[in-house]
Design a protein around this ligand. Structure first.
Ligand code: GLA
Length: 412
């Protein structure tokens, strides 16, 4: 099991100063960029418990923040330089103003760059920053490491530059960074979850209205375990975008007859009654079938959990996986293998892929006292079946984006 330990603020500040130098002009009047001191921010990753691939069509999702995330030590500079370093990667970007409106190769630096780009489009002048990121979310595993970086950057810049954006505006901006700059046509779930997560809770979010309700995660004697397939994800972005287009085609067929503006407004019975419209587009029908049935499952799953029926919640997780596998077609051999192995273990109530799919992670709901035996058995059988080694993460629902105190030395 990999460690969830995050570096402590003093260590982060030391590493920041080793990279960028100590804060200049400490003790001078604040308010100008050259007096700026470093500040520390944090945003978690997220795991989605049920309701996947519904957000892009305005549907329902039920994610929670996790106790792993991204830290950002950041300081304004008055040099109109944009510097990005990470404790996890060697890559270091030192960019001038003329370089920040284009992608920086195919690197993680595009996430903060996308945020700066969005802020500038809104007329907020970001006149130079030094940034050190440190994260402990496994990358590319479907736990929203990218949304975590986007949201922590948005929150930090909003604070440092007094941009005055509301929390929802920040969520929208972080998503726009991903859509417009990075090029992934994702929905709003990840950025919303990472920003709004609350300790011990999952949130039921309506992705059309952005109305949300925090639901205490009372699982009885059960726990959440995330398992990473460690499968190399290929074509993830383009396959994701293709599914989004297929949903748009389904909407185009249904909208004129049903008078809807989003696929999320279509019920299962309505879809069934209009299947004949899809004679030439079976893929669009299958995607729509997933979206409508997944919304229905979220509607059932959350009240089940609230009334203490954890077993029912687990059954709906299982059904969600089958729908993602057969109708939305975003599962993979390793994901299906992990889910099948998980469901065969004693004490397991439900198991499904979580997030975008095409590799990444599963989330399993199981008796807390079975976790060690589960890891042992599933780890071994998965290796035997696939030749891959899985990683396991116990998940505790954690808080959303925040500023974190730095030791006094870092403050003016
Ligand atoms: C990715 C996207 C989200 C959502 C999930 C699937 O994480 O970023 O917007 O669509 O996939 O539920």
């Amino acid at each position: 099991m990999t460690s969830a330990n995050a570096p402590d603020p003093a260590t982060l500040l030391r590493r920041f100063e080793a990279r960028f130098g100590k804060s200049a002009h400490l003790g001078h009047a604040t308010g100008t960029a050259s007096d700026a001191s470093a500040a520390l921010f944090y945003a978690p990753g997220r795991v989605n418990l049920i309701g996947d691939h519904t957000d892009v069509t305005g549907g329902l999702v039920f994610p929670c923040g996790i106790d792993r995330g991204s830290h950002l030590v950041i300081r304004r500079n008055d040099e109109r330089r944009y510097r990005f370093a990470s404790t996890d990667f060697d890559l270091f970007g030192d960019l001038g103003e003329d370089e920040i409106s284009q992608r920086w190769g195919d690197t993680w630096i595009n996430y903060p760059l996308g945020v700066i780009d969005q802020l500038r489009r809104r007329g907020i002048d970001i006149d130079g920053v030094d940034c050190l990121f440190a994260g402990n979310i496994p990358n590319g595993a479907g736990l929203s490491s990218s949304a975590s970086i986007e949201v922590v950057t948005t929150f930090a810049l909003n604070t440092l530059f007094d941009a005055g954006l509301t929390p929802i505006e920040q969520v929208r901006l972080a998503r726009a960074a991903e859509n417009d700059f990075v090029g992934m046509q994702c929905g709003i779930m990840d950025q919303f979850a990472v920003a709004m997560a609350r300790d011990g809770h999952a949130m039921l979010l309506d992705c059309t209205t952005l109305e949300h309700r925090q639901v205490p995660l009372r699982l009885g004697g059960n726990a959440l375990l995330v398992t990473n397939t460690n499968q190399r994800r290929e074509l993830n972005e383009s396959a994701y975008n293709t599914r989004v287009e297929e949903c748009a085609r389904a909407l185009a067929l249904l909208a004129p007859v049903l008078g809807v503006t989003q696929l999320a407004e279509v019920g299962e019975a309505d879809l069934q009654a209009h299947e004949h419209l899809f004679a030439d587009d079976p893929d669009a029908l299958a995607r729509a079938r997933h979206v409508t049935s997944e919304n229905a499952r979220v509607r059932l799953a959350v009240p089940a959990l609230e009334s203490g029926d954890v077993a029912r919640f687990g059954e709906l997780m299982n059904a969600s996986h089958e729908s993602l596998r057969h109708d939305y077609q975003v599962s993979s051999e390793p994901l299906d293998t992990l889910v099948a192995l998980a469901r065969a273990q004693p004490g397991v109530l439900g198991s499904r892929l979580t997030g975008a799919g095409f590799g990444g992670c599963t989330v399993t709901l199981l008796a807390a006292d079975r976790i060690d035996a589960f890891i042992d058995r599933v780890g071994r059988d998965y290796r035997q079946a696939t030749g891959l080694t899985a990683d396991f993460y116990r998940i505790h629902p954690g808080p959303g984006v925040m500023q974190v105190e730095l030791p006094a030395r870092g403050r003016a």
